[in-house]
Design a protein around this ligand. Structure first.
Ligand SMILES: N[C@H](CCC[C@H](N)C(=O)O)C(=O)O
Length: 278
């Protein structure tokens, strides 16, 4: 069965988007998603994202398969790409704000006048039991706690944006051997659902540099939920303010942890690359 798709990217974190509005179940299996994401034998992407019918009061439902076939709760760059995709699909009937149902709760992307997309990413989850991690009692936060990885003790801060993130502040992100230690963080026994792993270099209280090893995807050029988790971790660890630019290898995101509603807001681009079928 031919599958029509449109390729989008958000700061180089790239996705295959599928119009799944006529079916409550994804029309692609996780195994097929792995093949589609292969950068030599397939289309090539960090994941496959489905625009499914909405539930309750939401306009649509988003589901995503990572390039290893696993299904995460949410994807920040991905939901900006989904919003751009929906505008394309809906044409003249398109809206500027969508209520999207996800496994991380309701997420609300808004297309701004300058074409950037601002996303209400909801509330961060801060307790060990919500990450989830065994690094602290389940009703405590995990801020600058030691974690033994690759024969070294790292001070980590854990935050969930619906998906788990383990954040480590370092003096020089370029010096981190991500391909060597990323997998050891991702699959560490302290993370029952595995984890995304971010290394952060604080340039100033409103500018940080980040590199990421993603759960189920490996090194990516950007991670939206990771950038949100990073800002929250920076506030908890006293390293940055509640609004900052997060510089990723693929470009910059503007992140704010609102003091008004305690939600996290992410603003960044999403670009269509090409359409096709497979
Ligand atoms: N690999 C991530 C999902 C994609 C998140 C990332 N691409 C983002 O932009 O948030 C996970 O398993 O939680």
């Amino acid at each position: 069965m031919a599958i029509e798709f449109t390729k989008y990217q958000g700061l180089g974190n790239d996705f295959i988007l599928v119009d799944n509005r006529s079916n409550p179940e994804p029309v692609v299996t996780p195994e097929q998603a792995v093949k589609m994401c292969d950068r030599h034998f397939g289309i090539g992407a960090d994941g496959v994202i489905f625009a499914l019918p909405g539930e309750n009061v939401s306009d649509y439902t988003m589901r995503i398969f990572n390039s290893d076939g696993s299904e995460p709760e949410m994807c920040g760059n991905g939901i900006r790409c989904l919003a751009a995709f929906l505008v394309d699909l809906e044409g003249d009937n398109s809206k500027s704000k969508y209520h999207i149902n996800t496994l991380a709760g309701e997420i609300i992307p808004e297309i701004m006048p300058d074409g950037q997309i601002k996303v209400d990413m909801g509330f961060p989850r801060l307790l060990a039991g919500e990450i989830p991690t065994t690094l602290a009692p389940k009703d405590e936060k995990v801020v600058n706690r030691p974690l033994e990885v690759a024969g070294k003790s790292w001070d980590v801060t854990c935050v969930s944006m619906g998906n788990p993130h383990c954040i480590t502040f370092v003096d020089d992100v370029a010096a981190i051997e991500l391909e060597k230690i990323g997998p050891q963080f991702e699959t560490h026994s302290a993370f029952p659902q595995k984890t995304n792993t971010e290394f952060i270099q604080v340039v100033s209280s409103d500018y940080v540099k980040m590199r990421v090893w993603e759960r189920g995807a490996g090194i990516t050029l950007a991670c939206g939920t990771g950038a949100c988790a990073t800002l929250v971790a920076g506030v908890l660890a006293g390293k940055c303010g509640r609004k900052a630019t997060v510089e990723l290898p693929g470009g910059c995101l503007q992140i704010e942890w609102s003091e008004v509603d305690q939600k996290v807001y992410m603003t960044g681009p999403a670009q269509k690359v090409f359409a096709g079928n497979i």
